[in-house]
Design a protein around this ligand. Structure first.
Ligand code: ZN
Length: 291
């Protein structure tokens, strides 16, 4: 059947919307194992991208249906999903997708690698951020492996052929972590998130099953969580505040200058992955347009 020009234009519009039309804004996909990982590691920087009109998607590779001391399975997955949507709303990002893989049981399979390849392609990503593949939690570790394994395949047309390949390889980055083996984290980019710290804490506050129940339970601090809503948010801000490592402080100096870097209270840092596009220092600055 021959299509009218109007039908063709409409189909082109639908395709452009589905595969991330180039509107001159950056397209970032942050990938985590659980429905709070992206928020913890990237929430501040995500809020900064969003404020500038860039497109940010969070993707949780598991549905978080295991990590809780009192509930589990479907009811927990549903609760976690609702929390992700509220967190996304508070950060101002475009989308928070949760894949239906079980928490605590993630394996680096071909099927899940393809799920990730498709999501990166559909988002038409310029930047992909994921954990490093060495971590105490197997789900974090395998998320790192899965994303690394997708880093080249996103441009290979015969892999997951029903989703068109990317024309250019995105830049892949890792979130900051404290693991030393086989190599410590290297902060190639460090972003001051002082201006959006309250926004980040407010997003974490949306995930009560994580930050006020499960995580304090795992660290034996459940008794310290205040009952009052305002007081517990303040507690969360202190609990999550942390100290900036000397390495990250030096990376901040590179981007902000010594004086400004010295006063930064909260930062997020990222390491460029050896796979995917290798950006020059100038290109990296364009990808993090905050400096
Ligand atoms: Zn996690």
């Amino acid at each position: 059947m021959r299509k009218t020009l109007l039908q063709i234009a409409f189909l082109a519009m639908v395709a452009a919307a589905a595969f991330g039309q180039d509107d001159g804004k950056l397209r970032i996909i942050a990938i985590g194992a659980h429905p709070d990982d992206c928020d913890i590691k990237f929430g501040g920087t995500a809020a900064k991208f969003a404020k500038l009109g860039h497109h940010v998607k969070f993707l949780s590779v598991t549905n978080g249906d295991a990590g809780h001391q009192d509930i589990g399975g479907g009811p927990l997955a549903i609760r976690r999903y609702k929390e992700t949507q509220e967190s996304a709303r508070r950060l101002g990002i475009d989308e928070y997708e949760v894949l239906p893989n079980h928490d605590g049981e993630l394996m680096p399979t071909l099927e899940i690698r393809k799920q990730i390849i498709r999501r990166i392609r559909q988002w038409n990503a310029d930047i992909v951020i994921a954990p490093r593949p060495n971590d105490y939690h197997p789900d974090h570790r395998y998320t790192g492996v899965l994303v690394q394994d997708a880093a080249y395949m996103v441009i290979v047309p015969n892999i997951a052929p029903e989703t068109p390949p990317l024309k250019k390889n995105p830049v892949f980055l890792y979130y900051q972590d404290g693991f030393e083996k086989p190599a410590p984290f290297r902060p190639d980019v460090a972003v001051s998130i002082d201006d959006v710290w309250d926004t980040k804490v407010n997003a974490l506050d949306a995930q009560d099953s994580q930050f006020y129940e499960w995580l304090p339970w795992t660290s034996g601090q459940l008794d310290e969580v205040p009952k009052d809503k305002a007081a517990r948010k303040e507690w969360l801000s202190k609990f999550r505040g942390g100290r900036i490592s000397p390495d990250v402080r030096s990376a901040l100096e590179k981007y902000y200058g010594k004086d400004k870097a010295a006063s930064v209270q909260h930062a997020e840092a990222f390491e460029v992955c050896e796979y995917g596009k290798q950006p020059s220092p100038e290109e990296l600055k364009k990808l993090f347009p905050f400096f």
